[in-house]
Design a binder for this molecule. Structure first.
Ligand SMILES: [Zn+2]
Length: 229
């Protein structure tokens, strides 16, 4: 079995899984435990997959108003979280189909601006994150390359060779992924000041491969991560 999700809202991603370790220490996580979407207050939030409403609750200083859905992947239970809502549109115990509105977005709880926090928790997985996993590889919409296929980087046929161009990392933390896009899995992090030599460039979204299967974004959401040395 495999978990297959649809994106809960259409909006720009403002924070990825694993980012900003300093901020998430206070909740006992090594980094952000979900994906954030910057969307206007009142945006309908859809269920990422069919399931049952496990909780409609308020967490002060955390999720604010949130909805938790429970799901089964074969015999393995997992949960999806929709946080910082204005209000829920579902009740505990209710069965929901994928895409049905579970609530309306806002800025409640520990939130610095209108957004949806979306999280996925699989019992027994990723202990450092208390079961939370990166949702990005689980999304099926958009026809991305299978992010679990790390056997070859040659699937990125639009990547071009670079003439050993050197870069320095400008951001405090830069996620390294196993493909040129945020839909790929995080396989490491680079710290500010690190120097890498770009081997290939995926020009469409401007990602650099510096070792086989290790990619990072030159810029993301308007923030420049890498400068050419
Ligand atoms: Zn978040």
């Amino acid at each position: 079995m495999a978990i297959k999700l649809i994106v809960p809202v259409n909006g720009p991603i403002t924070q990825l899984f694993g980012e900003n370790p300093e901020r998430y220490k206070q909740w006992g996580f090594p980094g952000h435990n979900g994906v954030d979407y910057g969307i206007p207050n009142g945006t309908p939030v859809g269920a990422a997959v069919a399931g049952t409403v496990a909780a409609v609750a308020f967490e002060n200083g955390g999720y604010g108003n949130y909805v938790k859905l429970s799901h089964m992947d074969g015999s393995r239970p997992y949960f999806t979280y929709y946080a910082h809502l204005a209000s829920a549109a579902v009740s505990p115990g209710q069965k929901v189909k994928a895409g049905i509105t579970v609530g309306f977005s806002n800025n409640t709880g520990a939130s610095t601006g209108p957004h949806l926090h979306f999280g996925v928790k699989i019992e027994g997985q990723n202990p450092a994150y208390k079961g939370y996993v990166d949702p990005m590889p689980l999304f099926t919409a958009g026809g991305e390359v299978d992010p679990t296929d790390t056997t070859s980087t040659d699937q990125f046929t639009d990547a071009v060779k670079l003439p050993n161009l050197s870069f320095e990392v400008l951001s405090d933390f830069l996620n390294v992924r196993n493909g040129p896009g945020v839909e790929f899995s995080i396989v490491g992090q680079l710290l500010k000041g690190a120097k890498i030599t770009g081997k290939r460039l995926q020009s469409k979204s401007v990602w650099i491969e510096y070792e086989p299967g290790k990619w990072c974004a030159v810029a993301f959401n308007g923030i420049v991560n890498l400068k050419v040395k």
